[in-house]
Design a protein around this ligand. Sequence first.
Ligand code: FAE
Length: 517
Amino acid sequence: MAGAALGGRAVAAPVASTGLPSGAHVSALVIGTGYGGSVAALRLAQAGVDVAMVEMGMAWDTPGADGRIFANTTAPDQRSFWLRTRTKQPLSNFLGFPIDKDIPRYTGILDAEDFAGITVYQGRGVGGGSLVNGGMAVTPKRENFGAILPSVNPDEMYDVYYPRANEGLGVGTVRPAWFDSADCYQYARVGRKQAQRSGFPFVFVPDVYDWDYMEKEATGAVPKSALAGEILYGNNYGKKSLQKTYLPRIAATGRVSVSPLHRVTSVAPAPGGGYTVSMEQLTTDGTVTTTKTVTADKVFFAAGSVGTSKLLVKLKATGALPNLNGEVGKNWGDNGNVMCGRANQIWDPTGSLQASIPCGGIDNWAAGGAFAEVAPLPTGIETWASFYLSITKNPNRAQFTWNPATQRVDLNWQTAWKQPSIDMAKSIFDRINAKEGTIYRTDLFGVYKIWGDHLTYHPLGGAVLGRATDNYGRLAGHPGLYVIDGALIPGNTSVNPFVTITALAERNIEKIVATDF
Ligand code: FAE
């Protein structure tokens, strides 16, 4: 097994703050440290392969001036946003007033990446999206799987890889008896009652939050995280992000280096075989201090749907990877995300204390094409608002293309393409409003604006399995290059995506380790 070596010196141990040395040669280089990248690195290292992980975001292992690693959702600061001078909060308004504020430019944890017709929220740092997400860990219903990944055998996914992913991620469910009595889930119980009164099934949604820890938060026995409103900018306690699951197992192999604040800019065939990987080292204000070049026998693209798609589209268009096929950049979707709030009757308060971790949803997928999470609005005051993130069967798909004039990658998604999502979400909320005699909130996304239709949390596709790659993520035209993240999934998973991303990565890496190394 080839080892990572620089002039004969192994560099597989955890890398110091300077990161991977320029000129290094590594067996396997993984771009990104989210779900796909973490699965790839763990399984390769367990098979005896030395791995270098390269991550553009920070390590998120050091407390800030307030003694905490992560900022609170209600008090965003420089740690909260990726290289912005003003916050861009998904809920931009409250009671109609804008709530964004100026912050110092910093390599913060949440990227609100703007394309012409949509803002795509993504996690930045070692752990990727697991650092910022709600932890909702949902395995799609088996009857929906054929539409999600048509070329993958469902038996192997549901018998082997979904169970492996759920175990590796530490997925659990709220204890129903506690849910029924906890103050912090009053908002979810209101959501359940209203769903059921309108004839919709309410389902508990599994999550990687440590549910025992949350129960202790409620008693005051431990420091609060979910009950302190932490979520979008990281959880200081309680949530089992990849920092608590796959990443410690990766470190324990002793075969994987991680280089934070390193952004990959190019991958091209190396003269002597393998690939030349170029990267920039960043300071926390985003300045590029160093550019480095390493060689790798094999390269795994795990930069997330947007990150991987942007790299591949650029590298094909600029001639660095000329043999990639025409499917690269295509079939990108937003998982049908759309948000809305409802104003409840005065006798239906949703609670001033709201756990930031959602634990239930309204399933109208089969009849109306929508699965709506009952989400918190952890403002600390009673709002009588119910808030929802819906995942819908939106059929629209967008394409990434290289723009030579701006030297950037564009995405042709249009805001109007959210209309099917709105219509599907209305299949739930129009009925609930009619039954309850209630109305939509119009003050959360602007002034008199009902729908949060400008964003997604769930980018998927751009290098789709069986199209841009073979049926295991091997990129067409360049042996030794792989895609192993959400870019493989063609735009929709019918539920929250990270369990499917993890399970698919587990499936693909098992085959790749067995046959390509
Ligand atoms: P991802 O986790 O995004 O990791 C990619 C990594 O690559 C990131 O760390 C990037 O910084 C890094 N990167 C990108 N470009 C480069 C480059 N050029 N060089 C070096 N590094 C690079 O990818 N999903 C759920 O299932 N349940 C939820 O409750 C949920 N809630 C969410 C809430 C929010 C606010 C957000 C933003 C997302 C949420 N998601 C949720 C989505 C989920 O986090 C996302 O699907 C996965 O993280 C995607 O996994 P990947 O491995 O594809």
